[in-house]
Design a protein around this ligand. Sequence first.
Ligand code: FMN
Length: 401
Amino acid sequence: MIDTLFRVTRHDSRRQFLQWLAASPLAAAAQTNSPSPNEPYLLKSPQEAINVLEFEAVAKQKLPPAHFAYMATGVDDDATLRANRAGFDKFKLRPRRLVDVRDLDTKRTLFGSTLECPIIIAPTGNQMAFHPQAELAVAKAAGATKTQMMLSTVTNTKIEDVMRAVASPIWYQLYATQRWEVTEQLVRHAEQAGATVIALTIDTNSGRRTDTLERAKRYDTRQCSACHTPTYGFNRKPMFDGIDTEGLTTGNPGMDWKFVDKLRRFTKVKFILKGLETAEDARLAVDAGVDGLIVSNHGARATETGRGTIECLPEVIEAVEGRMPVLIDGGFRRGTDIFKALALGASAVCVGRPYLWGLASFGQPGVEQVLRLLRTELELIMRQCGTRTLADIKPAHVMRG
Ligand SMILES: Cc1cc2nc3c(=O)[nH]c(=O)nc-3n(C[C@H](O)[C@H](O)[C@H](O)COP(=O)(O)O)c2cc1C
């Protein structure tokens, strides 16, 4: 009797314990394969990803701390970095119902060519810090997903090799150094390689303070060059092969609108500016006769303005009055972010860190999945808002509030 009682009690408490366990966060963690509910889930394959944000944790786990910090850093206190994301919350969507959206069209014609989708790979340098295949993996992913790629001046891979991998014309981001003859050679080289757009970066001419990166370097003191030799050092990158780069730096604090005019005349392909944030500069850009501009704060890596780029977009669109395409980048992580920018008047959106997370996590397949997820989300929100084409996306689909 006592024995039976004991067995029942033990059985009951075991059942109670199992019930408690099943309801506890520990069980939820076990189901999601996360070591604890507070830690992010680490994807084992790109296909598992629910959204692009999930790649960041994998990149962080796989990369040396200073390499990850180089990617993640903003400037100063990273206030602008946070603002780039928080800015999207200030704009709400106004969906329209009962529209037949079975056949969707995301094509956009820009600078003489038609893009399958208005999502563009933003230029980022030093990709060998994130994956041995570097720009080649990104180029192959761009080719596989038919995504427009913009290539940085400071790549670890030759432009000709990137062109072969992507198998379609790329856009070229230009850092005009302080020596005009170097700028000339960079531009002609990119044009001869087949770049159809030159995007002059104008937001990092006077230096910057990347505190988050500098802090990481205090405890990760490995020589960067050990991971991505032989291209460490700005002026030893492949784009500078055959160019006298003695004493050269990326910035050009003397750059002004006269320089823009000279470069615009020199460039044979489309010429755009990357890194504008104000109506005043947008008007000057129109006057300067450039072919387009990108509202950008360099992924919050240039000036600690405290303003997200999506907040800067309306004043730029208003100033430009439709006279040239306005693109944007900075903090775009969701299809809804992209949709908001398109509704506010942007012609296309560039993304940076998300594809770098994909690259660092899984190489080419990671980049492909990031690009596919963003496009899938954009298509979904287009359908949900009753917009069949990009032209259907109107300012009335978004409101400030
Ligand atoms: C690691 C890294 C390297 C970058 N390198 C360049 C570069 O070489 N040239 C350039 O114009 N912009 C560069 N950028 C800025 C991007 O082109 C783009 O403006 C920015 O990443 C967009 O913001 P997001 O990363 O939040 O999407 C870089 C950004 C990152 C994160």
